[in-house]
Design a protein around this ligand. Structure first.
Ligand code: HEM
Length: 422
């Protein structure tokens, strides 16, 4: 019987495992065996190691169907601030988490109707049809980057995985080229606030980074207001000017979210995906021989080592997930990386198969917050892997075990050194 079933807050093996997974560098770097044990033994688990015990607690889910049910559930939302108020956090303590304050929350942290309104203002720019029109341009961008890289030893993360997506979303949004590189540091610092466990120091750095990005975009908005351009930022400014569709603060939060979400995750699709292919040379060869497999290969790379491993919701009411009672006020963490390896959903889930055709994984989430940039990320991934394999007959991994950055919510490599042979 688990600690949860017994109703007594004793620390059991599931908590020890979750603590390792979510709060230690070793667990965050190597999550998959731990995911498997959780998914089979404690698929819906209430954390005992949780300061909020007695307020609904924190629940961790690891099976595909359970995660999907949570993400699609109308009473499981994003009002983390309301939840924290229920926990007794003061307004000052709440304000210390900049990204969650009421006026700063982006669509990612809002429920309908605000979520619907904010998403609706930008969704047209990310439809599969609009994105498809960008494909030839993205092919040119990838080719230019590969021209610069040439042949020989290269760190994929620095030379390709970061520059490609930051250029694509930077151009769409209208962030000048020279201003883009500083955002890698800022986005990574701010993303610490998305971790299930965060130190006060990391949270302070996340807040500072969020405020720095906000100040930057406030300046850029002023420039675009004076001289509009054909970009998403100018489009959002027009929406703000045309009535009560969007406040200035919402405009800033939307711009920061689009820019940050637009590159950090796709950077990690390129890094994690290339590492997976290099560790499975027969799959890489199969894809090289049959570029028609690029769409299924990108889906599979997303499933196999997802750039986003965890997301979360807050229970607005008592809810039932497959017979498990989750009380109002609970935080529910959905382990997307664990769901993606659920044998109930995918056959032989530990196997990389670039021709797998078993439907989408959980890597872009599900429900109303389903990734707005999914079509863009897929297209960038297809173009990147397609051009890379076509131009380099040999790609050699120079470090068999490259280190992952210490984060579980966003999973990606610090470096990926390879030798490219033309
Ligand atoms: C491989 C790359 C990507 C992955 C794995 C990914 C993953 C995700 C996931 C899992 C969510 C849902 C979060 C939740 O339910 O709490 C999400 C939301 C979002 N993503 Fe992505 N994403 C990627 C690329 C992009 C790109 C290129 C953009 C472009 C702007 C983008 C923009 C967004 C936005 C705006 C949301 C919030 C949507 C909402 O709240 O309705 N993402 N993404």
């Amino acid at each position: 019987m688990s600690a949860t079933d017994a109703g007594t807050p004793t620390i059991g093996p599931a908590d020890t495992l979750l603590f390792e997974l979510l709060a230690t560098p070793e667990g965050r770097a190597d999550p998959y065996a731990r995911y498997a044990e959780l998914r089979e033994r404690w698929p819906v688990h209430r954390l005992v190691l949780d300061a909020s015990a007695g307020t609904g607690g924190t629940w961790v889910l690891s099976r595909f169907d359970h995660c999907q049910a949570v993400l699609r559930h109308p009473r499981l939302g994003k009002d983390f601030a309301a939840m924290q108020r229920r926990w007794g956090l003061s307004e000052e303590e709440l304000a210390a988490q900049v990204a969650f304050t009421d006026d700063r929350r982006s669509m990612l942290f809002r429920d309908p109707p605000d979520h619907t309104r904010l998403r609706g203002l930008v969704s047209k720019a990310f439809t599969p049809r609009t994105v498809e029109r960008l494909r030839p341009h993205v092919v040119r961008l990838v080719d230019d980057l590969l021209d610069e890289v040439g042949a020989g030893e290269v760190d994929v993360m620095t030379s390709l995985a970061f520059p490609l997506p930051v250029t694509v979303i930077g151009e769409m949004l209208g962030v000048p080229r020279a201003d883009r590189p500083q955002f890698q540091r800022l986005v990574r610092a701010s993303a610490a606030a998305l971790e299930p466990f965060v130190t006060p120091e990391a949270l302070a750095a996340a807040n500072a980074a969020t405020l720095e990005m906000e100040a930057y975009f406030r300046g850029l908005v002023a420039e675009r207001r004076a001289a509009p351009a054909d970009d998403l930022l100018s489009h959002l400014i027009a929406a703000e000017d045309n009535g009560d569709q969007l406040t200035e603060q919402e405009l800033l939060s939307t711009a920061i979210l689009l820019f940050a979400a637009g590159f950090e995750t796709t950077t990690n699709l390129i890094g994690n995906g290339l590492l997976a292919l290099l560790r499975h040379p027969e799959q890489l060869e199969r894809l090289r021989q049959d570029p028609g497999l690029l769409p299924s290969a990108v889906e599979e790379l997303l499933r196999y080592d997802s750039p986003v491993q965890v997301n979360g919701r807050v229970a607005g009411d008592d809810v039932d997930i497959d017979g498990h009672h989750i009380p109002a006020g609970a935080t529910v963490l959905t382990l997307l990386g664990a769901a993606n390896r659920d044998p109930r959903r995918f056959s032989e889930p530990e196997r990389l198969d670039v021709a797998r055709s078993e439907g989408s994984s959980m890597s872009f989430g599900s429900g109303i917050h389903f990734c707005l940039g999914a079509a863009l990320a897929r297209m960038e991934g297809q173009v990147f892997f397609g051009r890379l394999l076509e131009r380099y007959p040999s790609i050699e991994l120079l470090d068999e075990s490259p280190a992952y950055r210490d984060s579980i919510t966003l999973r990606g490599l610090a470096e990926l050194p390879v030798a490219l042979g033309s």
